[in-house]
Design a protein around this ligand. Structure first.
Ligand code: ADP
Length: 260
């Protein structure tokens, strides 16, 4: 709160009014805290694989391990951790690119039906590897939407990748896309593990992974859905999630179409 007394020019002892300026700093503080939490989280997430890599390198260099199989196992771990580090850095860069250019993207256009079909074909071999059926019901002539085409595809890739990752072998993943008034609606539904209700509010947070023990078995950075959320926002859209443990999860994206 800033307060200023208004005084008479020819008699500064006489106060004729008070100006009070109230500035809401809670929002600024919140943003600042989010930023510093993010830096702390990034450092922690990057440090974990690095600590593991340098530990195994040290052990191998010390020459104390003679068994070839053990050496190979250590090298495999280094390999896996290096990959995790690369994925983390890629995801962090993607996220920051989207955050910094979200308004710029709105000037480009995406041909919706075509982009959805392309992504489905990219993901099909991954689903096949787990004997998961991808079923698509995509309207043929969906209207164009505003926004970066690569980001749009990235958003769908992340959702489909999760749907496949968190669905056991032999399950199914369904994509529906249709026009509703001046919006495009895209639904990605799976028959997988589901997400407990109490976890849903934090789902789109950076680095958040549901039930660490469960997620540990599945490769991931915890940034996939944060990226999805930011892309949806860049498209001026909304995202909703519905889920039931043991039955499956359904993400619904609603994006405004280009007005001609
Ligand atoms: P991750 O890299 O861990 O997959 P995401 O940000 O993409 O990170 O997702 C966050 C968490 O949400 C995941 O760790 C997982 O527990 C949960 N999740 C995301 N999508 C699904 C899904 N389709 N089914 C079940 N759980 C999911």
């Amino acid at each position: 709160i800033y307060t200023n007394l208004i005084k008479l020019e020819n008699d500064p002892t006489r106060v004729i009014g008070i100006v009070t300026l109230l500035e809401d700093v809670t929002e600024m503080r919140k943003l600042e805290k989010m930023r510093s939490d993010f830096v702390a989280n990034v450092s922690h997430e990057l440090k974990t694989p690095l600590t593991s890599i340098s530990g195994f390198v040290e052990t191998l260099k010390s020459g104390t391990i003679e068994d070839e199989d053990t050496k190979m196992r250590f090298l495999d771990i280094i390999d896996i951790e290096t990959e995790r580090l690369t994925r983390l850095i890629d995801d962090i860069l993607t996220l920051s690119e989207i955050e910094n250019n979200s308004t710029k993207s709105i000037r480009s256009e995406t041909y919706t039906t075509e982009a959805i079909n392309e992504v489905t074909e990219i993901m099909r071999p991954i689903a096949d590897g787990k004997k998961i059926d991808i079923i698509t019901e995509v309207e043929g002539n969906l209207p164009i939407i505003y926004g970066n085409r690569d980001w749009f595809k990235q958003m769908l890739i992340n959702l489909l990748d999760n749907a496949i990752k968190y669905t056991p072998q032999g399950g199914r993943v369904q994509i529906n896309a249709y026009q509703k008034y001046n919006h495009v609606v895209i639904v990605v539904k799976d028959s997988g593990l589901g997400i407990p209700k109490n976890e849903l509010p934090r789902l789109f947070e950076r680095f958040y992974r549901v039930d660490k023990a469960r997620s540990k078995k599945v490769i991931g950075t915890g940034l996939g859905l944060a990226i999805v959320k930011h892309i949806v926002l860049a498209f001026n859209g909304r995202i909703k999630v519905n889920s039931e443990v043991g039955k499956g999860t359904e993400f619904t994206i609603i994006i405004p179409t280009k007005i001609n």
